[in-house]
Design a protein. Structure first.
Length: 324
């Protein structure tokens, strides 16, 4: 019996499997990246995937490896190892942990929004989780110092709590449904504080910009601003359906006899609804902007423009990794 022909060593597994210039291609890619089932994979499976990917990149193709197996290995590898440093990421910080973690935290934020201690506690839990995610998925090889991490974390938590409690006191005289939206406003405010602070080093020093072949041309703060703005928008978008749709449903359900009879079902129902929204919202909002974002050379800072023009006067567009 004949061996199947071995794979060509020319498949570019540094890039996603699907065309990233289309929303559909990005969505397929992020459905793979955020698949919560990746959390259940054993250490041995992760190491095996890493071996396949590293061998393949080095030009050794294991006999009998199919293209589907190769892509499967790449997505397992990407789900657990940092793209720039190659180190294994903290479990809770991985993209595949986003849905189960956010589902639990958001469900609880939406359930326990009536008392001040509960608001404080769940906003704090949420920001602690965010800090871990932002640290784990930081862009590039720029290390974040512990003091910067601390500042961002404290500021975002304070911002979220102040927003939540401030709005909570304002909504006392408004219809009950409006009170349910306080957690969302707090999360949105915190994202606007947290992400820029977490990535302040990139705002000060810039992020690497490359030509389309990945050759590094320099660092740009204009690119960093664009990257961080896109991330803030997609993070708020990610939280929106999960925090906007369940309150309406829960508000209707709480008026029915059923929930009055079984009040302990409130939290599990809330968490389930949030989970349902997040399974779709997380990958779809990650897909709003290409991971490998681009901008015109003419929009970069003058000194970076000048350096690029020296190297390559014809170049119109630069690319950068926006981070997640």
């Amino acid at each position: 019996q004949e061996m199947p022909p071995s794979l060509p060593a020319t498949i570019n597994i540094r890039e996603p499997r699907w065309d990233q210039s289309t929303f559909q291609g990005r969505a397929k890619h992020f459905f793979m990246v955020t698949d919560p089932r990746n959390l259940l994979l054993s250490g041995a499976t992760l190491e095996e995937a890493r071996r396949v990917v590293e061998d393949y990149r080095a030009g050794t193709v294991p006999p009998g490896l199919t293209e589907d197996q190769l892509w499967r290995a790449k997505y397992i590898y990407d789900s657990a190892f940092h793209p720039d440093t190659g180190e294994k990421m903290l479990l809770v910080g991985r993209m595949s942990a986003q849905v189960p973690m956010n589902m639990t935290i958001t469900g609880c934020m939406l359930t326990f929004y009536r008392t001040t201690p509960a608001v404080l506690f769940w906003q704090w839990v949420n920001q602690s989780f965010n800090a871990i995610v932002n640290y784990t998925n930081r862009s590039g090889d720029a290390p974040i110092t512990p003091s910067q991490l601390g500042t961002a974390y404290v500021s975002a938590t304070t911002g979220a709590v102040v927003t939540a409690l401030g709005l909570k006191s304002l909504t006392k005289h408004l219809p009950a449904i409006i009170g349910r939206y306080v957690p969302f406003a707090a999360v949105a405010a915190a994202n606007c504080i947290n992400i820029p602070l977490m990535r302040q080093r990139e705002l000060k020093l810039g992020i690497p910009v490359t030509d389309e072949n990945g050759n590094r041309l320099g660092e740009s703060t204009a690119a960093a601003q664009k990257a961080i703005f896109q991330v803030v928008v997609s993070r708020i978008g990610m939280a929106a359906p999960a925090m906007a749709i369940p309150p309406v449903i829960m508000n209707a359900l709480e008026k029915r006899a059923f929930l009055k009879r079984y009040p302990y079902l409130n939290a599990p129902l809330q968490v389930g609804l949030v989970g349902l929204c997040l399974v779709f919202a997380t990958p779809l909002c990650c897909a709003l902007f290409p991971q490998k974002s681009s901008m015109a050379v003419s929009r970069l800072e003058p000194e970076v423009q000048a350096r690029i023009r020296e190297k390559d006067p014809q170049l119109e567009t630069v690319y950068f990794n926006k981070g997640l």
